[in-house]
Write a protein that binds this ligand. Sequence first.
Ligand SMILES: Cc1cc2nc3c(=O)[nH]c(=O)nc-3n(C[C@H](O)[C@H](O)[C@H](O)COP(=O)(O)O)c2cc1C
Length: 281
Amino acid sequence: MGEDAHATQDMDVTSMPRKESEMTESAVYPQTRSTIDVMHGHTSCRRFVNEPVNRDVVETLIEAGTRASTSSNMQAYTVISITDAELKRRMAYLCADQPQIHKAPVFLAFCVDLHRLQLCCGMHDVEGVDFGLAEAFVMAVVDTALVMENVAVAAESLGLGVCMIGEMRGHPFEVREALKLPPLVFAVSGLCIGWPAEKNEPKPRLPLEAVWHENTYRADDELIPMIEAHDGIMSAFYDSQGMHPSDPRWSSVAAKRAAGMARRKDVGAALRRQGLNTQGE
Ligand SMILES: Cc1cc2nc3c(=O)[nH]c(=O)nc-3n(C[C@H](O)[C@H](O)[C@H](O)COP(=O)(O)O)c2cc1C
C-alpha cells in the first residue's frame, strides 16, 4: 500500500468541496483511502453541515452500491432517493422525527424488492413462484443490506457521513403509502448522507472471538466473560467521551434495545400486506 493511501485518514472533511461548481472529479475524489481504513474509521454521523451533496456524487454512491453481490444476481432491492422536501419531512416524521434526517441533504430508502422479479416471471410465463416464502424474504433482505452497506462505505470513502435509519420500520403502512410501494416491496432502512459536522471516535466492538467462532458455535460459558469484558470497555469508552449513561454496560443497553423491538409491532402485518414472508399463514 502506498503512503498516499493513508494520507487522508485525518483529513478535514469540512474543507472538501461542497458547491456544485466545485465538484470536479479531481476535487471530489482528492485522494483515496484504503477500503479497510474507511471501514475502521466508520462512525454513524448524526450532525451534518448545511451543504448539499451533488447529485452526481449520489449517483456515484448508488452505482457503487449496485456492485454488491446479490443472491443469484437477482438484485432484489430498490433504492428510493427522497428529494421532495415535503416528502422528506413526512418521512422524517415517520422515522421518529430524528433530527439527522432533517439535517442530511440526502435521504435514501432501501427497499426489499421482489416486485421486479415478479415482472420477470410474467415476462417469461414462469408460474407458481411463491414470493411469500421466508427464503425469498431473507434473500431479499440480505441483498438490500449489502447494497446499503456498499453505499455507506462508498460515501465514507469520500469523507461523507452516514446514518442508517431502522426507524423506517416504525410505521411501515404509512411509509408504504408515502413511497407508493407496490406489493412485494418493503422499506427496510433509511440512510442519511451528508457532509459531517462532527468527528466521532469509532465505537468499540465486541471482542473478535465473541463474533468469530471456529468450526462450531462457542459455549455460553465462554461467551459470557467476553460480553462482560466488552461491558467494561464500553463503560470506559463512554467515560472517555464525557458521556455518563445511567447503565453504560453494553449488554444491558443491548438487552433493553432488544426488548424495544416489540415497539415496531406493525412490521409483520405490513410485510404480509405486501405479500412478503407469508409462509405458514
Ligand atoms: C439497520 C440499521 C438501522 C439503524 N437505525 C438507526 C436509527 O434509526 N437511528 C440512529 O440514530 N442510528 C441508527 N443506526 C445506527 C446504529 O445505532 C449504529 O450503527 C450503532 O450504534 C453502532 O455505532 P456506529 O455506527 O457509530 O459504529 C442503525 C444502524 C443499522 C445497521
